[in-house]
Design a protein around this ligand. Structure first.
Ligand SMILES: NC(=O)C1=CN([C@@H]2O[C@H](COP(=O)(O)OP(=O)(O)OC[C@H]3O[C@@H](n4cnc5c(N)ncnc54)[C@H](O)[C@@H]3O)[C@@H](O)[C@H]2O)[C@@H](O)CC1
Ligand SMILES: Nc1ncnc2c1ncn2[C@@H]1O[C@H](COP(=O)(O)OP(=O)(O)O)[C@@H](O)[C@H]1O
Ligand SMILES: [K+]
Length: 579
C-alpha cells in the first residue's frame, strides 16, 4: 500500500525531520537532486558513462547519439523561484559532474531564492552560467530561447529538466507558454530515439500537488514529462485528474525520512486533553500490487486454506442482482457473472416476468427469480441467506424501479447502487435519505454530478489557486453526505467512506488501462463489489478490492477488452496473486 500525501503533509514531514536534527534542509535537497539523477540513469541506462565516452577508447555509440551531435550530451535545466528550483541546481551540478553539457535557466529572482536553493544556486554559479528569464513575465526573447531548445528534429538537447515548480505552486502560470507547449509536444510525440526527454522534478510544473488539476484550468499550463521523480511519497496530485496523464512514469525516491517518522507525524494528533490519537483520515492510500500481495491476499476468500471454513455454497454468500425488462437484461447479467466469478457462493438475477425467458436463455450458473415489483422483492428477501444486493445496471428509472430501490434500501443488507439506481436517488430526496452504512454508491462523473450537485460544482470550478479542491475532497464529502461508501469512478477511482477513510485506485502510469473505458465495464465492477460483500467483505473493503481487481482484469486481458471479458479474466488474476 502506498500512502499519498498532500503538499502540507509533505512539508510537515520535512519540517519534522529537520527539527529533529536528523537531517538539514540542504542535505534533503542534495538527496532529492541525487535521486533525480539516479532515476534518470536508471530510466535511460544508455546515458550512464557519457564522461567515459569522451575519455575512453571508443565504445559503440549509444543508439540515440547521432554522429553530428558529437560525444557530449546536452541537458537544459529550468529552475524556478523556490526549492523546486533548488533541486534543479543540484541536478545541473550532478549532471555536469557526469560529463554532460548543461545549460541552466532561472525563472525567478536569484536574490529572493529560499536559503537552501540559494546555496545550490551559488554552487552551480561557481561552475556554470545561469541564464535569467524575466520574472514573473518572461520576454518574447525568453520564450523563444527556451522553447527553441526543445523543438523539432534540429534540437540536440537530450534532456530537459523541469525544476520550475513543485508542491509550492499556488497561482496559474501564464509565462513560458511556448516552453510548456514544446515540452508537451516532446512528451506527446514520445520522441523515443532522439529526445528530448522531459524529466519533471517532484511534479510536472503547473499541476496542483493536492488535486492533480492544472492551476488555472483552461487558462493554465502544465508540463508533460516522460518521467516524474518525486520524493519520499507520491502526492495526491500525481494520480488524480490531469496528474495521472501529465507524465509517462512516476518514480518515488527515498529521502531517508520516510520510515518511522512520517507515521508519527501523519497519523497521530493530539485531542483537547493532549492525548495522542491516531487519525486515519489524514492520509489517502493508493491501491497497488504490493499492497495486495503483502496485506490483502490472505484476506481474499479464494485463498483461504482454513479447514474450518465452511464449504457450503450459501456460506459463501448469496447475491441478488435486479434486472430491467425485456431487452434490458445484459447489464444485470454481466454484473451477476462478475459477482459469481469473484466468489459469491450463489447469485440470482431477479427480473420482471416478461424478461424471464430472455434471461433464462442466457444464464446457467446464475439463478433466476421473478421479481415483478417491490412486494415480490420483499418476499424474496425473507430468505436471509441473500446478504448482498445490486440495483442499477439496466434497471430502468420508472415507478417500479423506484419502489424496488426503496425496498432494497430498507432491507438492511449489503447494497450496491449503480447506474439507474443512482439516477433514481438523485431525483428523490426521500430515497437518498434511506442510504445507510452497508450501501456502496458507484457513480461515474455524470452520475456524481446529479447525485451531489453542490460538491460537483466545487470540483468543476476552475482551479485558480492551489491547493485546489480535489476528487479526494469530493469523494470524502460525498461519503459524508450520503452516509455510506462512495466509489467515484475514472482512471483515478476514489473510494471514501463516511469516517474519512479514503483510497485511490489509480489506473495510471505503468498501471494504465484506458481500454477499461468500455460499455458495461461499470456493470461488472458493481457485480464484483456485490460478490465481495456477499462473501462478507465490509463495504469499503469490498469497493477497494473490487476496483483493484477490475483494473487488474483489464490489464491481464489487454486491448480489445469488452466488458464480458472482465469476469473471465478474473481466475487468471487470482492465480497470479496466489503465486
Ligand atoms: N518537502 C520536502 O521534503 C522537500 C522538498 N523539496 C523541493 O521543494 C519543493 C517545494 O518548494 P517550495 O515550497 O519552495 O515550492 P516551489 O519550488 O514549488 O515554488 C514555490 C515558489 O513559487 C512561487 N509561485 C507559486 N506560484 C507561482 C506562479 N504561478 N508564478 C510565479 N511564482 C509562483 C511561490 O511564491 C514560491 O516562491 C518540492 O516540490 C521539492 O522539489 C526538496 O528540496 C527536498 C525535500
Ligand atoms: N481511462 C480509464 N482508465 C481506466 N479505467 C477507466 C478509464 N475510464 C473509465 N474507467 C473505468 O471504466 C469503468 C466505466 O464504468 P461506467 O462509466 O459505469 O461505464 P458503463 O456504464 O458503460 O459500465 C469504471 O470502472 C471506470 O473507473
Ligand atoms: K517541477
Amino acid at each position: 500500500m502506498t500512502e499519498l500525501l498532500t503538499a502540507a503533509q509533505m512539508r510537515a514531514v520535512e519540517h519534522s525531520a529537520i527539527e529533529s536534527g536528523a537531517v538539514t534542509g540542504l542535505e534533503l535537497m542534495e538527496r532529492a537532486g541525487q535521486g533525480v539523477v539516479d532515476a534518470i540513469f536508471a530510466q535511460w541506462p544508455e546515458f550512464v558513462g557519457s564522461a567515459d565516452v569522451e575519455r575512453g577508447p571508443a565504445p559503440a555509440p549509444p543508439r540515440y547519439l547521432r554522429p553530428e551531435e558529437g560525444r557530449t550530451r546536452r541537458a537544459v535545466v529550468l529552475c524556478g523561484p523556490g526549492n523546486n528550483g533548488g533541486d534543479g541546481f543540484v541536478v545541473a551540478r550532478l549532471l555536469r559532474e557526469a560529463g554532460w553539457a548543461v545549460e541552466v535557466f532561472l525563472y525567478g529572482d536569484a536574490e529572493a531564492l529560499p536559503p537552501d536553493a540559494r546555496v545550490n544556486y551559488e554552487r552551480w554559479a561557481e561552475v556554470g552560467a545561469v541564464q535569467r528569464l524575466c520574472f514573473p513575465k518572461p520576454s518574447e526573447d525568453d520564450e523563444e530561447k527556451v522553447s527553441h531548445l526543445l523543438r523539432g528534429a534540429t534540437t540536440d538537447v537530450t534532456l530537459c529538466v523541469d525544476a520550475l515548480f513543485g508542491t509550492g505552486l499556488t497561482r496559474p502560470l501564464f509565462g513560458l507558454k511556448d516552453f510548456f507547449d514544446a515540452c508537451y509536444l516532446a512528451y506527446a510525440a514520445n520522441l523515443g530515439d532522439d529526445g528530448p526527454y522531459v524529466v519533471a522534478v517532484d511534479l510536472p510544473s503547473g499541476l496542483c500537488a493536492d488535486s492533480g488539476r492544472i492551476i488555472g484550468d483552461d487558462l493554465g499550463l502544465a508540463v508533460g514529462a516522460h518521467l516524474t521523480v518525486t520524493f519520499a511519497f507520491a502526492k495526491h496530485g500525481h494520480v488524480l485528474s490531469s496528474g495521472g496523464v501529465s507524465a509517462a512514469r512516476l518514480v518515488t525516491v527515498p529521502l531517508g525520512i520516510d520510515r518511522s517518522l512520517p507515521y508519527r507525524v501523519l497519523h497521530h494528533k493530539r485531542n483537547e486533553n493532549g492525548t495522542l490519537y491516531i487519525d486515519h483520515s489524514t492520509t489517502v492510500k493508493m491501491a497497488e500490487r504490493q499492497w495486495f500481495e503483502a496485506g490483502y491476499v490472505s484476506d481474499l476468500p479464494w485463498t483461504s486454506k482454513d479447514p474450518r471454513e465452511a464449504s457450503h455454497k450459501y456460506s459463501h454468500g448469496h447475491a441478488l442482482i435486479l434486472s430491467g425488462g425485456v431487452g434490458k437484461g445484459g447489464a444485470a447479467r454481466m454484473a451477476a457473472r462478475g459477482a459469481l466469478r469473484i466468489g459469491a457462493g450463489a447469485v440470482t438475477v431477479g427480473c420482471p416476468p416478461s424478461a424471464l425467458i430472455e434471461n433464462a436463455a442466457q444464464l446457467n450458473a446464475v439463478m433466476l427469480r421473478r421479481v415483478p415489483g417491490a412486494d415480490a422483492l420483499s418476499e424474496v428477501l425473507t430468505d436471509k441467506r441473500i446478504n448482498a444486493l445490486c440495483l442499477g445496471p439496466g434497471l430502468g428509472t420508472g415507478a417500479r424501479e423506484a419502489d424496488l430501490v426503496r425496498a432494497a434500501l430498507t432491507a438492511g443488507r449489503g447494497l450496491v447502487l449503480d447506474a439507474d439506481a443512482l439516477t433514481l436517488l438523485s431525483q428523490d430526496a426521500d430515497l437518498f435519505a434511506l442510504l445507510h452504512n452497508k450501501c456502496v454508491l458507484t457513480p461515474h462523473g455524470g452520475e456524481f454530478a446529479r447525485l451531489f450537485p453542490g460538491i460537483a460544482e466545487k470540483l468543476d470550478a476552475p482551479a485558480l489557486t492551489g491547493p485546489a479542491y480535489s476528487k479526494v475532497d469530493a469523494a470524502r464529502a460525498a461519503a459524508q453526505q450520503a452516509g455510506c461508501t462512495v466509489l467515484f469512478k475514472g482512471p483515478d477511482t476514489v473510494i471514501a467512506d463516511p469516517s474519512g477513510r479514503c483510497s485511490v485506485n489509480a489506473a495510471v502510469y505503468d498501471r494504465s488501462a484506458p481500454w477499461l473505458a468500455t460499455a458495461g465495464a461499470g456493470d461488472v465492477l458493481a457485480g464484483f463489489i456485490t460478490g465481495l460483500m456477499a462473501r462478507g467483505f465490509a463495504p469499503m473493503h469490498a469497493a477497494e478490492v473490487g476496483a483493484w481487481l477490475h483494473v487488474e482484469c483489464a490489464r491481464a486481458f489487454g486491448p480489445g477488452l469488452i466488458a464480458e471479458d472482465l469476469p473471465e479474466a478474473l481466475p487468471g488474476v487470482l492465480r497470479d496473486l496466489e503465486k
